[in-house]
Design a binder for this molecule. Structure first.
Ligand code: SF4
Length: 950
C-alpha cells in the first residue's frame, strides 16, 4: 500500500515509518524544496533576511506550507534584564507567531530564559484586558464597563489638573512595580512639578543598594563574571538572580575558564548545586561570615595594600578611632582589631557552617585578588533586620583585594549604565513628599512604599489620584489586607488607576483599569549593568513596527495592539497635554514636539531625538544608510561602549581644574565649591562620588545621622537570629524570598507554559524537622506568623538547612467569584470575609478547565493554585535602610480538623502593633537639624537640593 499523491501520512504512520515498523508508504514524496541556498547551519536567521524570513509552518505539517515572517526586535518585559527578543510577525495576518532571542543584543546575545519565549502566552492570553475599563458600583465590587481612551484622558486630565490648580500636587502619586523607562517617568513627573514617584524597591533591593551606596554612592554592583578567578554570590544568581540570563551566561563563562564559585544560601538552589563551595548559612548570619573572611584576608596579608592605601578613606577612619595622623600600618592594625571578634569560629557558630569552609573561601578570594567578582541583591539583604550590612560587608572583601572596577572584579554599576539625553529637561521639583520619605527613615534608600497604608491610617496624608504601574501590592507586598483596606477607603485614596497588562489583585480595587501592553506592545529604552559594557536596547510595539514597514503607519500604539491596549509613553504625553489644555500650568510646553510647533510630541520624535544623542549610534546608523531611530527599530540594541574599567583613575579634565583647590586630604574642589575628584598617586583623578572622593570604609554620614555603631561595615543580629527562635515550640525561620527560574512575581500566571511547570508553593521542610514534627510530604500544616496564619502543604526535602522553611513567593494567586476571570492558569477562587479587625480568606476552588479561544484552557489539568503567604506577613521596616525585612519567625503546627488548604487569617490590630514596634526602632529624630536627608544621598526622582532642607 502506498499513499496517493497529495495524501499525507498521519503522525502514527510517520512514527511507525521512522521506527522501521512499517514500510515507508510514500517513497515517491516530492523532495523538500529548499527555502534558502545551502550553507552553514546558522543559529539565527541572517539579519538581511529579517524583513522577509521564509519558513515552513509546523502547524500544517505534513503539508509543506511556507510562511513569510517579518522579524522585529524588541525586549522582554518579564524581568528587569530586558533581554533581546525577536518577534516573528506573520506578514499575511500580522499575528505574532512566536518570540526568540535577538542575537544582536549585547547582553543576552540571542539567548533567553524560559520566560522570554513565554511572552507569546501573555500576548495570546484569552483573559487579558483588551479595553479601558471604569468601575460600576462600589469600588472593589467587581463590575466594570468599557470606555474609550478619550473619556479616560478627559476624566483623569480634569481631575489631576484640578489638583494642581488647587495646590494639591502632592496628592498625585505614580507607583511603579515593574521598572523600565530610563528616565521617562522622571521627566514626566518633573514636568508636573511633583514629588510623586513611588516604587517597589524597598521590598526588593533597597537594603543591598544602601550597603553599596555607603561605600561608593553607586548603589549596584556590576560584576565582570566572565573574567573572574573567583565568584561569590549571596543567593541563587545562576538560576534566578538579577539580570538572570545575562548574568548566568557570564558566570558559566567564568566557570568554564576555571573560576571557582562560592554560594551562600540556606537553600540548595540550582546555583548552589553548581558551586564549588556551598555555604548553607543560617538566614541573617551572612554579614558575620563575610567579616570573618575579611579578617582572614587581613590577618594573612592577602589584601591589596596599594589599592587600599590609595583608595580607601582610612585616614578619616583613624581620626574617628582617635588616632589622627596615623600611618597606613596603624590603620591595618586598627582594622584587624576592629574585626578581631569575627573569628572563623564565631562566624561558623552564627552561620552553622564549618569554620574551615569560611577560611578556605577567604583564601581563594585573596588569591583571586583583583579578579574576584561578587554580587548580592535581594536575598539576605532583603530578608533580615540589618540586611543592608550584607552588601556593605561583601563589598569590603572586594575593596580589600583591590577588585573594584577591575577586569574580573566588580564595577560600580553606574559605569556600565547609559544615561539618556532628552529633547526637553524640566527642572527638578522643589517638593518633598513625606508619605514616600517619612522623617523617621532619613537614610532609607528608596521610598517607604510598603508602609503607605499605615501612614495613611495614621492620618499623615491623603492621595487624590494614585497610579499603580504593573504593580500589585495587594498580593506582592506584605500585609496585603492593609492595602485592601486602604484602597477601599475613598477618603484616603480618591481615585485609583491601575495601569496593567493583566488582571491582578490590586486592579480589582481600582476605579480605572487601563490596559498597557506587554513587552512587544510598548516603547521603552533599556540599559542595564549586565556586564562590563554600556548598551541600550529598544523595546518597541512589534505589530506597530510591522505595519510601518508595510507602509501602513498608525498614529497611536493602541491602534496596532490587540483590542485597544495602549502603552504608557503615549498615555503620559496625551494625559499631560490634556491636563494642561491651555498651557497655564507650564506643563504642556514640556510635551510639545521639537519639530512641530504647537503640537504634542510623538513617540517617534521622542526616541529619534534621544537616539541621535547616543554616542556612536548615529555614526553606526549612517554606515548602514539609516538614521539612529531606524537603526534601533531594525537592530533593537546598540553597544555604546565596551570596556569601562578603572574610571576612578581617570585624570580630571583641565576644565574641571580651572580655579580648583586641593585640600590637604587630597580632595579637589571646583571654583563653585563642588567636589570634583581626589588627588591620588600624583594626579587629580575622578575618584568616587562620595564625600571623601574615595571608597568609604568609614562613613561620617552614619555617625552624623545617629548610627555611630555603624561607622564601618558591621553585623546586626537579625530579627530571626537563633536567639529569637525556640525550635522546641515548633518555631522556624521562614524564607519567602527565593525566586523560581521560570516564574516572575504576579505576572507569570498569564503564561500557560510557565504555570504548567510551577503552580504550587509547598513549605520546604528538612527531613529531620519533618521527622521531629511527624509530618510527611503533602501533609497540611498551619504556618503561624506574627499577625495570622496560612495553611499549606509540606514538601519534605534535604535541600534546605534544618530549622529553616521556605515557600516560593510567586504562587498563590486569587480572585473572588465576583472578579474578572484573569490569569486563569494560576488563580484560585477565594472567599474573603471580615469579622471586626480579622480578615479571613478561604479557597473555594483551584484553577479549572474552561472553554475559551485557547483550546489549552480545556486541557488545564492541575487544580492546585498554591497559597498566598505574603498577606500573612507583617511589615518589618528596617530602621536604617527602610527595607522590608522579609524573613518571618513562624510556628509550624500540624493542621487541625477545621483547617483547610489555602486558609488565611490575619488580625489587623496585630498588623498595626507590629508596624509600631518597628517604627520605634528608628532614629530619625537624631538627624542633623534642618536636613531631611544627606545631600550626597541620591533618590529616585531627585528633587532640587532645597527640598532636602526642611
Ligand atoms: S532573564 Fe528571562 S525574564 Fe528576564 S528579561 Fe531575560 S528572558 Fe526575560
Amino acid at each position: 500500500m502506498t499513499r496517493r499523491p497529495g495524501q499525507h501520512a498521519g503522525w502514527l504512520e510517520r512514527m511507525a515509518e521512522s521506527l522501521g515498523l512499517i514500510e515507508t508508504l510514500a517513497p515517491g514524496d516530492e523532495p523538500l524544496p529548499a527555502l534558502a541556498p545551502g550553507g552553514e547551519l546558522l543559529r539565527f536567521p541572517p539579519r538581511e533576511q529579517w524583513d522577509d524570513w521564509v519558513e515552513y509552518d509546523a502547524q500544517t505539517w505534513p503539508h509543506r506550507d511556507s510562511r513569510h515572517r517579518m522579524l522585529v526586535p524588541t525586549t522582554c518585559f518579564n524581568c528587569e534584564a530586558a533581554c533581546g527578543l525577536l518577534a516573528y510577525v506573520d506578514k499575511e495576518t500580522l499575528a505574532v507567531q512566536r518570540f526568540e532571542g535577538n542575537p544582536l543584543h549585547p547582553a543576552s546575545r540571542g539567548r533567553t530564559c524560559a520566560k522570554g519565549p513565554a511572552t507569546i502566552n501573555q500576548v495570546q492570553d484569552p483573559d487579558r484586558i483588551l479595553y479601558p475599563l471604569r468601575r460600576k458600583g462600589p469600588r472593589g465590587g467587581g463590575e466594570w464597563e468599557r470606555v474609550e481612551w478619550d473619556e479616560v484622558l478627559s476624566a483623569l486630565g480634569g481631575r489631576i489638573g484640578r489638583a494642581f490648580r488647587e495646590g494639591r500636587g502632592g496628592e498625585v502619586v505614580y507607583h511603579v512595580g515593574r521598572p523600565g523607562h530610563e528616565g521617562y517617568m522622571d521627566r514626566v513627573l518633573r514636568a508636573w512639578g511633583i514629588d510623586g514617584h513611588n516604587s517597589h524597591t524597598n521590598v526588593c533591593s533597597g537594603a543591598a543598594r544602601m550597603g553599596y551606596a555607603l561605600w561608593q554612592k553607586y548603589d549596584r554592583p556590576s560584576p565582570d563574571y566572565a573574567h573572574a578567578k573567583f565568584i561569590l554570590l549571596i543567593s541563587a544568581h545562576l538560576e534566578s538572580g538579577h539580570y538572570f540570563n545575562p548574568h548566568a551566561q557570564r558566570i558559566m563563562e567564568g566557570l568554564q575558564a576555571g573560576a571557582g564559585l562560592a554560594v551562600l544560601d540556606p537553600r540548595l538552589s540550582n546555583t548552589a548545586s553548581m558551586a564549588t563551595h556551598w555555604l548553607p548559612t543560617r538566614p541573617g548570619s551572612e554579614a558575620a561570615v563575610l567579616l570573618a573572611m575579611a579578617r582572614v584576608i587581613l590577618a594573612e596579608g592577602l589584601f591589596d595594600r596599594g589599592f587600599v592605601e590609595s583608595w580607601v578613606n582610612w585616614r578619616e577612619y583613624l581620626a574617628f578611632r582617635g588616632r589622627p595622623g596615623g600611618s597606613f600600618d596603624d590603620f591595618v592594625q586598627a582594622l584587624a582589631a576592629e574585626y578581631a571578634e569575627f573569628t572563623p569560629g564565631f562566624a561558623a557558630a552564627e552561620a552553622g557552617v564549618p569554620p574551615e569552609h569560611i577560611v578556605d573561601v577567604a583564601r581563594r578570594i585573596g588569591a583571586a585578588g583583583s579578579r574576584f567578582a561578587a554580587h548580592t541583591w535581594r536575598a539576605a539583604g532583603s530578608g533580615n533586620l540589618g540586611g543592608w550590612c550584607v552588601a556593605r560587608a561583601l563589598h569590603l572583601l572586594s575593596v580589600l583585594v583591590g577588585a573594584v572596577g577591575t577586569r574580573g572584579g566588580t564595577l560600580p554599576a553606574g559605569w556600565n549604565k547609559f544615561v539618556p539625553t532628552f529633547f526637553d529637561n524640566p527642572p527638578p521639583q522643589k517638593a518633598w513628599n513625606e508619605l514616600h520619605y517619612p522623617p523617621e527613615w532619613p537614610l532609607c534608600h528608596y521610598e517607604m512604599s510598603f508602609v503607605l497604608p499605615h501612614l495613611l491610617r495614621e492620618g499623615r496624608g491623603r492621595i487624590d489620584t494614585y497610579f499603580t504601574r504593573v504593580f500589585n501590592p495587594v498580593w506582592t507586598y506584605p500585609d496585603g489586607f492593609s492595602w485592601i483596606e486602604m484602597l477601599m477607603d475613598e477618603s484616603r485614596i480618591g481615585c485609583h488607576v491601575a495601569l496593567t497588562p493583566t488582571w491582578n489583585e490590586t486592579a480589582f480595587f481600582a476605579d480605572w483599569v487601563l490596559p498597557m501592553g506587554h513587552g512587544p506592545e510598548r516603547h521603552d529604552l533599556n540599559s542595564y549593568e549586565t556586564h562590563d559594557a554600556v548598551w541600550i536596547a529598544f523595546r518597541q510595539p512589534v505589530r506597530r513596527e510591522a505595519l510601518r514597514r508595510l507602509g501602513r503607519p498608525v498614529r497611536f500604539t493602541w491602534e496596532a495592539n490587540p483590542g485597544a491596549v495602549w502603552e504608557e509613553d503615549e498615555f503620559w504625553i496625551q494625559l499631560s497635554w490634556t491636563l494642561d489644555a491651555d498651557g497655564s500650568l507650564g506643563i504642556r510646553r514640556h510635551f510639545e514636539s521639537p519639530v512641530r510647533a504647537g503640537e504634542a510630541v510623538s513617540v517617534e520624535e521622542y526616541y529619534a531625538a534621544l537616539f541621535e544623542q547616543v554616542p556612536g549610534l548615529p555614526q553606526a546608523a549612517r554606515a548602514e544608510g539609516l538614521d539612529a531611530l531606524e537603526y534601533m527599530r531594525r537592530v533593537g540594541a546598540f553597544e555604546v561602549r565596551g570596556e569601562c574599567l578603572g574610571q576612578h583613575l581617570d585624570p580630571l579634565p583641565d576644565a574641571a581644574l580651572q580655579g580648583a583647590r586641593t585640600e590637604p586630604d587630597g580632595r579637589v574642589f571646583g571654583a563653585d565649591g563642588s567636589l570634583r575628584g581626589v588627588h591620588v598617586d600624583g594626579a587629580a583623578r575622578r575618584g568616587f562620588p562620595t564625600p571623601s572622593g574615595r571608597l568609604e570604609l568609614y562613613s561620617a554620614t552614619m555617625v552624623e545621622w545617629g548610627w555611630p555603631e555603624h561607622a564601618v561595615p558591621g553585623y546586626v543580629k537579625s530579627h530571626v537570629h537563633p536567639d529569637r527562635i525556640d525550635s522546641a515550640r515548633g518555631e522556624f525561620v521562614l524564607l519567602p524570598t527565593f525566586r523560581l527560574p521560570n516564574l516572575i512575581h504576579s505576572r507569570s500566571s498569564n503564561s500557560k507554559w510557565l504555570t504548567e511547570i510551577s503552580h504550587r508553593n509547598p513549605v520546604w521542610l528538612h527531613t529531620s524537622d519533618a521527622a521531629r514534627l511527624g509530618l510527611r510530604t503533602d501533609d497540611l500544616v498551619r504556618v503561624e506568623t506574627e499577625i495570622g496564619h496560612f495553611v499549606d502543604k509540606v514538601w519534605v526535602t534535604e535541600a534546605v538547612r534544618p530549622g529553616v522553611v521556605c515557600c516560593s513567593h510567586h504562587i498563590g494567586r486569587w480572585r473572588r467569584a465576583s472578579d474578572p476571570q484573569g490569569n486563569r492558569w494560576a488563580v484560585n477562587t477565594v472567599r474573603l470575609s471580615r469579622d471586626g479587625r480579622r480578615w479571613r480568606m478561604s479557597t473555594v476552588a483551584g484553577p479549572q478547565p474552561a472553554d475559551t479561544a485557547d483550546p489549552d484552557t480545556r486541557r488545564l489539568w492541575w487544580r492546585d493554585g498554591g497559597v498566598h503567604q505574603n498577606i500573612t506577613h507583617a511589615v518589618h521596616p528596617d530602621p536604617v535602610s527602610g527595607m522590608h525585612c522579609w524573613h518571618q519567625k513562624v510556628r509550624l503546627v500540624p493542621a487541625g480538623p477545621d483547617d483547610r488548604y489555602g486558609d488565611i487569617v490575619v488580625d489587623m490590630d496585630r498588623s498595626q502593633a507590629v508596624f509600631r514596634d518597628w517604627l520605634a526602632l528608628t532614629r530619625g529624630q537624631r538627624a542633623p537639624a534642618g536636613l531631611r536627608r544627606p545631600l550626597w544621598f541620591n533618590r529616585p526622582l531627585r528633587p532640587a537640593d532645597e527640598a532636602y532642607r526642611r
